[in-house]
Ligand binder design. Sequence first.
Ligand SMILES: CC(C)(COP(=O)(O)OP(=O)(O)OC[C@H]1O[C@@H](n2cnc3c(N)ncnc32)[C@H](O)[C@@H]1OP(=O)(O)O)[C@@H](O)C(=O)NCCC(=O)NCCS
Length: 205
Amino acid sequence: MTVTLRAEATPSAAALLLRPWREDDVGPLVEAYRDPTLRRWTRLHVESSEDAVARLELRRRGWETGELLSLAVHEEESGAGERRLAGEVVLKRTDTGRESAEVGYWTAAHARGRGVAPRALEALTHWAFATFAAEGLERLELMHQVDNVASCRVAEKAGYRFQDILPARPPFPRDGHLHLRRDGDGSSKSAGQKRVGEYGMGGTC
Ligand SMILES: CC(C)(COP(=O)(O)OP(=O)(O)OC[C@H]1O[C@@H](n2cnc3c(N)ncnc32)[C@H](O)[C@@H]1OP(=O)(O)O)[C@@H](O)C(=O)NCCC(=O)NCCS
């Protein structure tokens, strides 16, 4: 399976193109991971071209197995300028019952503050329910550390309602938030239902 998605432009931000990773993303990926904020809030860093190649190979295999569906996010320039890597969105489908899956995201430092992550997440969410509801997908889970305020805002803007506090556990020094979005209504009747993984084990952030 492979997919390309698009999020429309807003009055203040360019449209987004979401597509599978390619070889020429290696350099931009290394560059993106030089940012201390990205390194602070994600666990698996890209230090070198070799790391980036290995990361992209994982992404390729993720599409093969259907368990880790990752898309590179690019902003579409309004003029003739080059598209620049703006971030990543990920759908992790390791729940054996396939009722739930986990989402993750990051935005490159140069693209922050333009709603890239919430718009890309909205596109991924819509696609995920449209594609996997027939296989039983009912809810998408989003986890972030409690003090990652920007990530909490992304969750709210993309319609992922706060659901629960997740206790701190290594390697995460602080509690987390669990947010949920359901197919169609985003209601939160699912307290206590099975999760993809406990906080710190989901692995998309
Ligand atoms: C969290 C993150 C994905 C937000 O992405 P984004 O595309 O900038 O999202 P938004 O533009 O909607 O901004 C979300 C919040 O970031 C903050 N923000 C706004 N402009 C910003 C900027 N230029 N730089 C940094 N943060 C900014 C604001 O709190 C904003 O909330 P607001 O809209 O209520 O003001 C991004 O900051 C990031 O990649 N952080 C590091 C990785 C990470 O935390 N990933 C999630 C792990 S769970």
